[in-house]
Ligand binder design. Structure first.
Ligand code: UD2
Length: 341
């Protein structure tokens, strides 16, 4: 079917060529930013977007402002039939849905195993049956574990420690397998501690940046597990979103069946991060120090040259700028709660 734009005979859109995207975990922190950015980029092209979530950790409010612009399907990836149905008619998938958190997986490995491994497997099976062209998968830097050698490069042998990194790594292996065996183009993006607006701040499993921000806003002293000298390559969410979009568009020979670090290429200790946040939030108290968390890794720092070379990735938003934007967002979101204290 052909659709001709009024008044512009050159702008002929081939309906049959229109792309259909699926974002899994579209109510989550990273997924909701991917779907929002994707919808902005695709506006007026005729391409369509479907989003899927089970609301286990995601929130409808993360995409409420986008309702009507995409098709939402409430679906749990552990349900193979529902997942296969959600993949029907889809060309490209951003697979962000997961049950994150290293400590959650230490406490309850089975639940996160089922969500992360079975869910990813069901998605790949649905994608294969539907003839999907490419899947960009949200993998984790935790795959590197505590081995020596910094910065982390993708050629290192993974050494995951806790169940969560094992699960995310299993997803990578499945991705590579489906490329090699079935020709489904898959790209794995190993995120290094993504932070930013919409990250859940008030769960025991929240990422440290969101958790500390809300605690400081509430006047509570955050707890640093260990001596605080552990380092992370904290990466603002917009950088991860851009990496996803670029990886989806890159030439197959550059990305299919491959793994890429997505980070800033800088290491920040938790002690330093605490103080930067405290300055931004005018928080005067000192942190409490507690025991090292089980399954934690000591250090994390990425080499991002592979993603640069393969699809032009750049961490456009710096650590400091990302923190400013994040703090501004939480202040706005939690203004009512924190001003009435
Ligand atoms: C891992 C992955 C990350 C992502 C994430 C998903 C690494 C290096 N990173 O993040 O890429 O997949 O899992 O969940 O493996 N901490 C405190 N106090 C708190 C909370 C955390 O001190 O209240 C510490 C924690 O012990 C750790 C650091 O902060 O040393 C970061 O913890 P996190 O849970 O934010 O992220 P992490 O590194 O487990």
């Amino acid at each position: 079917m052909r659709q001709i734009s009024p008044g512009s005979p050159e702008r002929i859109t081939m309906k049959d060529d229109m792309a259909r995207y699926l974002v899994t975990g579209c109510a989550g922190f990273i997924g909701s930013w991917i779907i929002e950015t994707l919808l902005e980029k695709l506006a007026g092209t005729g391409d369509t977007v479907r989003g899927l979530d089970n609301f286990e950790t995601g929130k409808r409010e993360n995409f409420a402002h986008l309702e009507g612009l995409f098709e939402f399907v409430e679906c749990d990836l552990r349900d193979a039939a529902a997942t296969a149905a959600a993949c029907e008619g889809v060309d490209y998938i951003f697979h962000t849905a997961a049950l994150p958190s290293v400590p959650r997986s230490v406490k309850d490995p089975r639940t996160s195993h089922e969500a992360n491994i079975d869910g990813t497997f069901n998605l790949l099976e649905g994608a294969r049956a539907a003839g999907v062209k490419r899947v960009v998968y949200s993998a984790s830097s935790s795959a590197y574990g505590n081995q020596p050698g910094f910065p982390r490069v993708e050629t290192m042998v993974p050494m995951p420690i806790a169940p969560y990194p094992v699960q995310k790594l299993m997803g990578e292996f499945y991705m590579k397998s489906y490329w090699q065996v079935y020709g489904l183009e898959t790209v794995c993006l190993r995120y290094f501690n993504i932070f930013g607006p919409r990250q859940v701040p008030d769960s025991q499993y929240s990422g440290v940046m969101a958790r500390f921000t809300l605690q400081m806003m509430r006047g509570e002293r955050p707890t640093i597990f260990g001596d605080g000298e552990q380092g992370r390559d904290f990466t603002y969410v917009a950088n991860a979103v851009m990496a996803n979009l670029l990886a989806m568009k890159a030439a197959p020979e550059n990305v299919a069946g491959k793994v890429f670090n997505v980070a800033c290429g800088e290491r920040h200790t938790l002690n330093k991060t605490f103080h930067v946040l405290a300055d931004l939030l005018e928080f005067k108290e000192q942190p409490v120090y507690g025991p090292i968390r089980a399954g934690d890794i000591r250090d994390s720092l990425a080499d991002i040259s592979a993603a640069r070379d393969a699809f032009g990735y750049e961490p456009d938003v710096s650590f400091e700028e990302g923190l400013r934007r994040t703090v501004a967002w939480y202040k706005e979101q939690y203004a009512a709660e924190t001003t009435t204290r």
